[in-house]
Design a protein around this ligand. Structure first.
Ligand SMILES: O=P(O)(O)OC[C@@H](O)[C@H]1O[C@@H](OP(=O)(O)O)[C@@H](O)[C@@H](O)[C@@H]1O
Ligand SMILES: [Mg+2]
Ligand SMILES: [Zn+2]
Length: 180
């Protein structure tokens, strides 16, 4: 069921390596290091009229490192912390599955796991998203492949200035829209 309201473009943000440093299977707040400038980057997207979504592979659940409740609690805290800085995340999807998982219930090949587009398409169904003006930002090839599979551009972030990077992506998206 899609939420009512006008269609708006969406920024689908990968989590580990974009919102926070990828410190490998981060399942709790004590292990989370924020990416410098991420609140400002999200505020930019909010101000530009974008939905801001997080899409993240969390195979640490399938590997028995932490539970789904830990992931949900971490995400609640992350969104509260960002909101307190005026940065709004509209929704989050995560995939806890992995084919090599040690926890039986999570050992599967899941279409939501990037590079699959499942998390993107799920959010595009749940929210009135204008996919023609939407994009993905991620630090891994699997993020870019997920974007391509969903039919939208993907921008690979490997630096440290996420705020400056988002500024450039918005300029590029505006140029692309103007040339269509
Ligand atoms: O970048 P996102 O999607 O937000 O999250 C990636 C993390 O869940 C972890 O994904 C793992 O890959 P495998 O899931 O083990 O293939 C490894 O790359 C870890 O270093 C990394 O922290
Ligand atoms: Mg990542
Ligand atoms: Zn999954």
């Amino acid at each position: 069921m899609t939420a009512p309201g006008p269609r708006r473009p969406a920024a689908f943000l990968d989590r580990d390596g974009v919102i926070n440093y990828n410190d490998h299977y981060v399942g709790t707040r004590d292990r989370l290091r924020w990416m410098p400038g991420i609140a400002a980057a999200i505020r930019q997207l909010n101000a530009a009229g974008y939905y801001v979504f997080i899409i993240t592979n969390q195979s640490g659940v399938a590997r028995g490192m932490f539970g789904e409740d830990d992931v949900r609690a971490l995400h609640r805290w992350m969104l509260e912390e960002l909101n307190a800085q005026g940065a709004r995340i509209d929704d989050v999807r995560f995939c806890p599955h992995h084919v090599d998982g040690t926890i039986d219930a999570y050992r599967l090949a899941c279409e939501h796991r990037k590079p699959g587009p499942g998390m993107i398409l799920d959010l595009a169904k749940a929210w009135p998203v204008d996919m023609t003006r939407s994009f993905v930002i991620g630090d891994s090839a699997s993020d870019i492949e997920a974007a391509q599979a969903a039919g939208i551009p993907g921008f690979r972030f490997e630096g440290e200035d996420i705020d400056g990077f988002v500024k450039q992506v918005l300029i590029e998206m505006q140029r692309a829209a103007a040339s269509n």
